[in-house]
Design a protein around this ligand. Structure first.
Ligand code: ADP
Ligand code: MG
Length: 612
């Protein structure tokens, strides 16, 4: 959000209860909006950013509320001590629930959240010492430095200071190293694993984060109401929180406040208006909300926040060209990996096989990539090249056979561990986070070169290390020639540039071995020349590269060694000039299986200059 706007927002927020003319009702309403914003902020992270839908957040509000209600009334503990206690209980419960539910995929996850949301709700209503359905009354107000926050106007400040702090921390988190990994969860989890991100643990992290925010909201609620009972922690409230997140803009932290405000104000207005209009006291506002939700999903899927901020940018001209923005400032270089000596075996593929049902996609293929060489893997479409890449990088498990990297078996390891060992890759079908900038996409590639954790990210204690990561990312982007597009959204680049971006992302991990799957597809002649120069330079620096490419000029110019595959089987292997003359290879390409190659292979004279 624009700084001036933010300033105005905070001033108005701070001044409202000071003005005696502000009706008490407004203050109460704003208190409720603040409490809801905390829960919805958690949902923004969990559902909007992370793609994990939860209907059960109200139950965590209940945990926070009941924890403090019970401890303060039974044991006379100070509310300032029940807060950490409630947070600890919530963290444990959320961790356990998350570890179980987050494994569920698709529709099963929301169903799972409904299940435990209901369970916790009924638990509150059935435990004797929690007062069953009557709940717990007589809760003390919170006091700050001896000032009791018994009145709504006083509580207001505590609530909104906490809301703004939570917004600040969540925003910081999203802008940090762990945040980039979290932003990959929804649409790029497989890719992120290949960058070394442990997606399962980040899912638990955002789940616990969202639960903790809900718990804080419950703590505040209990001391504001001075009484708790199970009903505000039921499933219908869980649904309402989710609704607020959708309406506000589930992917935007400010959408949390916007969504909570819109829904709570609307609910209140409808509760006043509908009985007059319809002459009944039934809860018709739920029906209006239902219709509204359908309209939102039809016409404003991303919620109101993006619409509002887009409108603001259009009238103020904010946003503007991102090209003019300065690159991230120089920072100390990240440490580099030791590269093996030239000629040493880096990757040894030993009779690997992959069967998809009855189809043998990779049929006992063996080859070796040595340090400081570019090895080409060519063959018609469907030959099994990409599958071979996926087997090497751990994206797919091998049916049988072995893969060794620097002498160590990697064929049964997960993708992120293989990435950690020094294998970088690009994807034939580009896998970027289109809404993130080029710089952020590439910084995700350097995920493993930093150890900034969730807390350091959220508290903004990661500045120096973040600067190093961004500087490294910017350097790799410049190296591959995309230096003008640092802050451009990755999705706005041409397809060829997106492929190049993937190379920069792989390089940001400082790999020993680089797997490139058709990097030159979609590039223009000059861009291909530039890419070839970058790859040559990398090889000269000791990088080992395994290259899948259809452009024969490109392959002949760059590779030291070639393996040809057809129908999953190795047809030929050797130096490019010889392989090119191999009758079996010519037959495979001329067989009409792949029409982007035959003239190329057949007509071109062997070019010894292309082979170093
Ligand atoms: P290439 O990259 O050489 O064009 P691929 O490795 O993508 O070839 O595909 C090899 C064969 O395996 C093709 O017949 C393809 O249809 C099949 N294949 C690839 N991935 C899968 C999968 N996940 N499930 C089933 N078949 C697959
Ligand atoms: Mg392929």
């Amino acid at each position: 959000m624009n700084r001036i706007l933010l300033f105005v927002f905070v001033i108005v927020l701070a001044a409202l209860p000071l003005v005696p003319a502000t009706p008490e009702f407004w203050v109460t309403q704003l208190n409720y909006i603040g409490l809801a914003s905390l829960v919805v902020l958690g949902l923004v992270l969990l559902t909007g950013v992370g793609g994990l839908t939860s209907f059960g957040q109200a139950a965590f509000v209940g945990l926070g509320a009941y924890a403090t209600a019970y401890l303060t009334t039974q044991y006379d503990v100070s509310p300032w001590l029940t807060l950490p206690a409630g947070l600890a209980i919530t963290a444990v419960v959320a961790y356990l629930l998350g570890a179980i539910t987050l494994r569920l995929s698709g529709h099963y996850l929301p169903l799972g959240t409904i299940a435990w949301g209901l369970s916790l709700y009924f638990l509150f209503g059935n435990i004797d010492w929690l007062g069953k359905h009557d709940g717990i009354a007589g809760i003390e107000p919170i006091s700050v430095f001896g000032v009791s926050l018994a009145s709504g106007r006083h509580m207001y400040y505590l609530i909104w200071v906490i809301v703004l702090l939570a917004l600040w921390a969540t925003r910081n988190l999203l802008d940090s190293r762990p945040g980039r990994a979290i932003r990959a969860l929804k649409s790029g989890a497989g890719m992120a694993e290949s960058m070394g991100v442990n997606t399962a643990s980040y899912k638990v992290v955002i789940f616990v984060w969202a639960a903790l925010l809900a718990c804080v909201s419950g703590w505040l609620y209990a001391h504001m109401q001075r009484a708790v009972s199970p009903s505000p922690f039921g499933l219908n409230y869980g649904i309402e929180y989710l609704f607020m997140a959708v309406v506000g803009g589930a992917g935007h932290v400010w959408g949390a406040i916007l969504g909570s405000s819109v829904i709570l104000v609307l609910k209140d207005q409808l509760q006043n208006l509908l009985p007059k209009l319809l002459d009944t006291n039934a809860n018709f506002e739920m029906i209006v909300f239902g219709v509204l939700l359908i309209l939102m999903l039809q016409y404003a899927r991303n919620g109101l926040w993006p619409i509002l901020s887009g409108w603001w940018e259009s009238i103020t001209g904010a946003g503007g060209s991102r090209r003019a923005m300065a690159p991230p400032p120089a920072a100390p270089a990240l440490p580099h990996r030791q590269r093996p000596q030239a000629g040493q075996a880096v990757l040894e593929v030993d009779a690997i096989r992959k069967e998809f049902g009855g189809l043998v996609a990779v049929n006992d293929i063996s080859f070796t990539v040595r340090s400081g060489e570019i090895m080409g893997l060519i063959g018609p479409n469907g030959a099994g090249k990409s599958t071979t890449f996926n087997l090497i990088s751990g994206v797919l498990p091998v049916t049988r056979g072995q893969v060794r990297f620097l002498g160590e078996r990697i064929d049964s390891r997960p993708a992120r561990e293989i990435a950690r060992m020094g294998v970088g890759r690009t994807f034939q079908h580009v896998q970027l986070l289109p809404g993130m900038s080029v710089l952020e996409n590439v910084a995700l590639g350097a995920h493993l070169r930093s150890d900034v954790g969730v807390l350091a990210g959220a508290l903004h204690a990661d500045r120096a290390r973040e600067a190093q990561l961004l500087h490294e990312a910017a350097e790799q982007i410049k190296r591959v020639g995309l230096g003008d597009y640092l802050y451009e959204q990755a999705g706005n680049l041409a397809l060829g540039q997106q492929r190049i971006l993937e190379i920069a992302r792989a390089l940001a991990a400082d790999p020993v071995l680089l797997l490139l799957d058709e990097p030159a597809a979609g590039l223009r002649y000059k861009e291909k020349q530039d890419l070839a120069r970058v790859l040559e330079q990398l090889r000269d620096e000791g990088m080992s590269i395994l290259l899948v490419e259809h452009d024969m000029d490109f392959v002949m110019r760059l590779t030291n060694h070639l393996v040809v595959m057809d129908f999953g089987t190795k047809l030929a292997e050797g130096v490019p000039a010889e392989v090119q003359k191999n009758p079996a290879v010519l037959e495979a390409y001329l067989g009409g299986i792949d029409d982007d190659l035959p003239e190329d292979v057949q007509a071109r004279p062997v070019q010894s200059g292309g082979v170093q």
